[in-house]
Design a protein around this ligand. Structure first.
Ligand code: PMP
Ligand code: GLU
Length: 395
């Protein structure tokens, strides 16, 4: 044997770019460098007390054993109730499963619906993990180029043409979008759902930022719209809104047959999502802490407005106002052309010369852009703006 080598499928999957950049920034910080890390999107707020305490109580009460693979029945029911009261979705507890984070929910969902070789449409800019997750499910990820001139929301005609061209079977939607912050109107989303319905596609809808909205924007789930429910799998949870990032829980909701299939897969590959985290998530469902969420949203909004105002004053950079999530997708095409650099080169220089970690747009299939997370306090954001300006003004 010539040594143990990873297989071809694993070689087709790159490391998550967002996590890789954060790890690099963390390594530089550990060496004592004053790095501002706006790489990965993780709220700077702690997990709210009542939710963390539910986890602590779970340990004290000995709730530390296996649970059923799809999660404890109380949490499946509470998840269904939360999806209903918050987004107008109608699921029984058997149509909701608990997964180990949104990432794992996407993975289970794709494993349960993708047939080998199926073309799955992904709308750029997309969150980094979708192509890799489709590849791992033996599907064929097909990326539709981004439409910044349309506020990053694709129209039905473009989608229909791509479906026909690639004989697509599935579509991944992510609104509010990471990285663009786009939130479509109800009519725009309905047009995408109608197009998927006309061509009999399934939809995987990643709604992990659905409560992080600005300027009165409203979130609609495709599953809550006419013709949407029967073909949509919904991924949602409290990861981003309530900083359950490290707890690793989420919900996958959809038609019973697919949820049953995803539960069978989860029973084989995971067992069950962390028992302690399920208790914390139950507390989040029962008591979603609206005042705490409103306080966070005020802070995110202040940071968002600050970045929009300041970045648009930097020569060669443009930032369209995000409507949801907590990312600033900065258009650096003018600066890149001037410097003879691409977005990867710009991020490299930002990190190496200016100690600012940001993610190149290429990681989200939007070259010429750079993503900054504003799930960070004002002080690092102010430093980041100063560093962006220093980079832009450097000769
Ligand atoms: N979807 C999107 C759009 C995300 O930005 C993230 C970020 N982590 C995830 C899914 C994964 O979330 P989780 O931490 O719950 O796995
Ligand atoms: N979703 C976050 C991001 O886009 C966290 C990193 C990750 O899970 O890839 O930065």
């Amino acid at each position: 044997m010539a040594g143990l080598v990873p297989n071809a499928r694993s070689r087709r999957v790159a490391e998550s770019a967002t996590l890789a950049i954060s790890a690099r920034a963390a390594a530089m910080a550990a060496k004592g460098l004053d790095v501002v890390s706006l790489g990965a999107g993780e709220p700077d707020f702690p997990t709210p007390g009542p939710i963390a305490e539910a986890g602590i109580r779970a340990i004290q009460q000995g709730k530390t054993r296996y649970t059923p693979a799809p999660g404890v029945p109380e949490l499946r029911a509470a998840g269904a109730a939360w999806l209903s009261s918050t987004f107008g979705l109608s699921y029984t507890k058997d149509e909701v499963m608990v997964c180990a984070g949104a990432k794992a929910a996407l993975h289970m969902a794709l494993d349960a619906v993708v047939e080998p070789g199926d073309a799955v449409l992904i709308l750029a800019p997309y969150w980094v993990s979708y192509p890799a997750l489709v590849t791992l499910a033996d599907g064929n990820p097909v990326v539709l180029p981004a439409v910044p001139e349309q506020g990053f929301v694709h129209d039905a005609a473009t989608l229909a043409a791509a479906i026909r061209q690639h004989r697509a079977r599935g579509l991944i939607l992510n609104f509010p979008n990471n990285p663009s912050g786009a939130v479509p109107s109800r009519a725009q989303l309905q047009a995408l759902v109608d197009t998927a319905a006309e061509h009999d596609l399934w939809i995987l809808s990643d709604e992990i930022y659905s409560t992080l909205l600005y300027d009165g924007a409203t979130h609609f789930s495709p599953a809550a719209l006419p013709r949407g429910r029967e073909r949509t799998l919904v991924v949602n949870g409290f990861t981003k809104s309530h900083t359950l990032t490290g707890w690793r829980t989420s919900f996958l909701a959809g038609p019973r047959a697919v949820i049953d299939a995803a539960c069978r897969i989860q029973s084989q590959v995971l067992g069950n999502p962390c028992t302690i985290s399920q208790e914390a998530t139950l507390a989040a469902c029962q008591q979603p802490l609206p005042d705490e969420l409103a306080r966070r949203m005020r802070a995110f909004d202040e940071r968002r407005q600050y970045l929009v105002a300041e970045i648009n004053r930097i020569p060669g950079m443009r930032l369209a106002t995000p409507k949801g999530a907590f990312y600033a997708l900065v258009d650096v095409r003018a600066l890149a052309a001037q410097r003879g650099l691409d977005d990867v080169g710009i991020c490299e220089q930002l990190l190496e010369k200016h100690l600012l970690a940001a993610v190149p747009g290429s990681a989200f299939a939007i070259p010429g852009f750079v993503r900054l997370s504003y799930a960070a306090a004002m002080e690092p954001l102010q430093k980041a703006v100063a560093r962006l300006r220093a980079f832009a003004e450097a000769r």
